[in-house]
Write a protein that binds this ligand. Structure first.
Ligand code: CO
Length: 171
């Protein structure tokens, strides 16, 4: 599947909840969608990034050379966020080759439906919390470049402008 790139306006839309989750939908998310993330070496991919305005995303966080934390997340909610925040460098398949420091809560409590249609509630921290929040933002039309301090924004301004010019006619 093709990844939609900034400044495509599809990345700015608020996605809709999946009201009836059926076997086909799960198979698609666990199959083609998940594979697209792996193929592009992403540690996360949200539905709007492939032009689907539905509330789901996938996560694949490497923990060792041949192990990773894999998640399929459908209709997610962030129930609470820690007051403590930290800066960490983020990138995005939809904003290629641009990286910047983003401030986010270090831990969160979330709920979502997984690929077995089970309602999961869990606490996340570290990179898991980071990626969950980044992907969750995609479902609300928010990119990491919208969350930067002025200093960080200034650092990537030129690269962002080049990206905008390169992809401005993409539909
Ligand atoms: Co992203």
């Amino acid at each position: 599947m093709n990844i939609i790139v900034y400044p495509n306006l599809l990345l700015r839309k608020v996605s809709e909840e999946i009201s009836s989750i059926d076997k086909e939908t799960i198979e698609f998310i666990a199959g083609d969608f998940f594979d697209t993330m792996l193929e592009k070496d992403g540690i996360g991919l949200a539905a709007p990034q492939v032009g689907i305005l539905k509330r789901f995303f996938a996560i694949n966080i490497p923990i060792s050379e041949d192990e990773s934390i894999k998640k399929i997340v459908i209709n997610p909610k962030i129930l609470s966020s820690s007051k403590t925040k930290e800066l960490y460098e983020e990138g995005c398949l939809s904003v290629p080759l641009i990286y910047a420091l983003v401030e986010r809560p270090i831990s969160i409590k979330v709920s979502y439906m997984n690929e077995e249609m089970k309602e999961i509630t869990e606490e996340l921290d570290g990179l898991s919390a980071r990626v969950f929040q980044h992907e969750f933002d995609h479902l609300n039309g928010i990119l990491f470049i919208n969350k930067l301090s002025n200093v960080e924004l200034l650092k990537i301004k030129k690269a962002l402008k080049e990206l905008k010019n390169k992809y401005k006619n993409d539909k």
